[in-house]
Design a binder for this molecule. Structure first.
Ligand code: HSE
Length: 398
């Protein structure tokens, strides 16, 4: 028996227990032994679950049990999850997590601590749910300079935008369904305001550039202001509205990460990523473009990625590779958040509520590529990030 402890029995935690139970034989055939969930650290009532006899409320029981080599942290939130993670690593146990809030907040310190203690800190499920993206970036793309990454990184908002587009529903209506389906965070503000996707793009930037940008240096714009009108304007330009995370490195060495709703042209594969699916496009200087696609949220896809990390941590006796080393980025390393979209997008859509304002804004400009008008709404696409008089500006992803 390979003993594992679980911290948190919410949507993902219960999924982890289910994956371990349902795929018991398969996992045992791969590891040579069965995984046994020895403890579940949880304060809520677990009497109606099959795990009632394994529930503990004192972390020390896990820390002091030498049989437990791997601990899964799926508690959510930064505290106490990060403190418990530190304690487990200090105690010489590998930690596996899906908790992007912790990885984006102090992943640099936790990776350093894991290395010092000769154990692993694994977080494949923290970005893209069930999509393999962390390990490919660390291992398979280790020989490539990552020129840029962009992606749809939040399943809840993609599900909401898809249903707004296809069914004309408002995001408040669809959000309730996303919560029922277990896609949304406990506090869905992190989803709809873009913070969840921002954490994920910060993690991808850290994996690509070795620097973890503190969240207070980053900015996200979510989907709360995306209206059905904006979606109709996008459609008239042959685009879809998607919440896009972007990260990259400028020629001067500064890195950036940002999240905002963008118009995605139909010719871009990202425009066809719908519902809870996520997609991450990585541009390597040797590889060119590679796209990773799959279910970015949900109990079992995410839990499957967590258990794969558990298998890895149980199987491999070595500590994390030396290249998995992050520093905290400082102000000189980072393109200021407000400058990112203007610097990295090549085309923008401006929406005006009045035709006169549009006429005035485009007067004398020679780079206007397309104008769309529908009733009182007027819109123009051009290469400038801001046109005076526009009420909304969307970057365009080609
Ligand atoms: N709330 C997140 C999402 C869960 O919707 O993508 C997966 O990180």
């Amino acid at each position: 028996m390979l003993n594992v402890a679980l911290m948190g029995y919410g949507v993902i935690g219960s999924g982890v227990a289910k994956v371990i139970e349902e795929n018991k034989k398969l996992i045992a055939s791969r590891l040579g032994e069965e995984i046994y969930l020895k403890y579940i650290l949880e304060i809520k009532d677990m009497s109606s679950t099959p795990y009632a006899d394994r529930v503990v409320t004192d972390l020390n029981i896990i820390l002091n049990d030498p049989e437990v080599k791997v601990v899964v942290e799926v508690m959510g939130g930064i505290h106490p999850a990060s403190d418990f993670t530190r304690s487990c690593l200090e105690a010489g146990k590998s930690v596996v997590t899906a908790n992007k809030a912790v990885v984006a907040d102090c992943g640099d310190e936790l990776l350093a601590l894991a290395r010092e203690k000769g154990v692993r800190y694994l977080f494949e499920a923290s970005v893209g749910g069930g999509i393999p993206i962390i390990r490919p970036l660390i291992n398979d793309l280790a020989s490539n300079e990552i020129e840029g990454i962009c992606g749809i990184l939040n399943g809840t908002t993609n599900y909401i935008l898809t249903r707004m587009t296809n069914e004309g529903c408002t995001y408040e209506e669809v959000l309730k369904d996303a919560q029922k389906l277990g896609y949304a965070e406990a506090n869905p503000a992190a989803d709809v305001e873009g913070t969840d996707a921002l954490r994920k793009i910060a993690i991808l930037a850290a994996l690509s550039y070795g620097k973890l940008i503190p969240m207070d240096m980053l900015k996200a714009k979510g989907i709360t202001e995306v209206s059905l009108t904006d979606i109709a304007v996008a459609e008239s330009f042959g685009c879809s509205v998607k919440l896009i995370g972007r990260a990259g490195k400028l020629d001067d060495g500064r890195i950036y990460a940002t999240v905002s709703p963008e118009f995605v042209e139909d010719s871009c594969p990202m425009a066809h990523v719908n519902d809870v699916f996520n997609s991450i496009l990585v541009r390597g200087n040797m590889l060119g473009d590679a796209m990773f696609y799959g279910k970015g949220a949900g109990k079992l896809p995410t839990a499957g990625a967590v258990v794969a990390d558990v298998i890895d941590a149980l199987e491999t006796k070595y500590a994390a590779p030396a290249r998995l080393f992050w520093e905290k980025a400082d102000i000189n390393d980072v393109l200021p958040a407000d400058d990112v979209i203007g610097n990295v997008a090549k085309k923008f859509c401006h929406i005006f509520e009045d035709g006169e304002a549009l006429k005035k804004a485009v007067e004398g400009k020679i780079d206007i590529s397309f104008v769309s008008c529908s009733g009182d709404i007027h819109a123009v696409m051009c290469s400038e990030p801001v046109l005076e008089g526009s009420v909304k500006t969307y970057a365009v992803l080609s």
